[in-house]
Design a protein around this ligand. Structure first.
Ligand code: PXP
Length: 255
């Protein structure tokens, strides 16, 4: 499998550095400083989600990340007119479209690309023209994967939240079924010419089986890394995640 030869990229999501900062309303801790530490620890990209309610990352953070960090910036956002204008102004390396509900604590489900295909095709056209690599954050449902390919997305990011939740709850049969469905989804997406990413809820305990999926070329991981950094520091947390990803990947290369 050719993808297995590629080093799996790690995008570090620094949203929750901003969550901690905003808890006190000041300037500390600075998400840009976290991005630079992530870079030093071997991250391949920085992901930040500018939510409609600005609960963590703010407009100024996006500009600072774009200006101050040389890693590719992955701008996560809802498919609204406001965010499209901000993304076009920021000119990030990548844009990842996610569903967003004000009342949710985090991104709970995947985007309904199949149900909104015509609008999303129009929506992503200017972003693609501006050179952004456009990604759809979706579940493993084949309809959503096929619709993402049809509308011209370059990437799908498969939502691993369900798999991680089942693991945390000890529901291992359901976890394994979810993993099998993610594997099937990754194969389908790759066969349709989509680049395959994955993320949401990943931790040291859950990352290996996802990292071992040969079609997956990038993982985006945030909350666990920022939380773990409280105990062991951000750089060691990222290095440990990187090591686990590489070990899982090495398993498939030598298999
Ligand atoms: N990928 C996407 C599209 C997301 O929306 C998020 C959460 O912002 C992540 C990855 C990272 O999830 P987590 O913070 O749980 O690692």
């Amino acid at each position: 499998m050719d993808q297995a030869q590629h080093r799996l990229r790690l995008g570090v999501n620094i949203d929750h550095v901003a969550t901690v900062r905003n808890a006190r309303g000041g300037a500390y801790p600075d998400p840009l400083r976290a991005a630079l530490l992530a870079q030093a620890a071997g991250a391949d990209g920085i992901t930040a989600h500018l939510r409609e309610d600005r609960r963590h990352i703010r407009d100024a953070d996006m500009a600072a990340l774009r200006e101050g960090c040389s890693l590719p910036l992955n701008f996560e956002m809802a498919a609204t007119a406001e965010m499209q204008a901000l993304a076009l102004a920021t000119r990030p390396h990548a844009v990842c479209l996610v569903p967003e509900k004000r009342e949710e604590r985090t991104t709970e489900g995947g985007l309904d690309v199949a149900g909104d295909a015509a609008r999303l095709a129009d929506y992503i056209a200017p972003l693609r023209e501006a050179g952004a690599r456009v990604s759809m954050f979706i579940g493993h449902d084949p309809r959503q994967i096929e619709a993402s390919a049809r509308i011209g997305a370059a990437v799908v990011e498969l939502h691993t939240g369900g798999y991680c939740d089942f693991h945390a709850e000890g529901r291992f049969a359901e976890r394994d079924a979810e993993l099998a469905a993610l594997a099937e989804g990754a194969r389908l997406a790759h066969s349709l010419g989509l680049e395959v990413h994955a993320g949401h809820g990943l931790s040291f305990d859950t990352v290996a089986p996802i990292a071992a999926l040969p079609e997956v070329v990038e993982l985006n991981i945030g909350h666990f890394l920022i939380a773990e950094s409280i105990f062991i520091g951000l750089e060691p947390a990222i290095r440990e995640m990187r090591a686990r990803m590489d070990a899982a990947r090495a398993g498939i290369v030598s298999a």
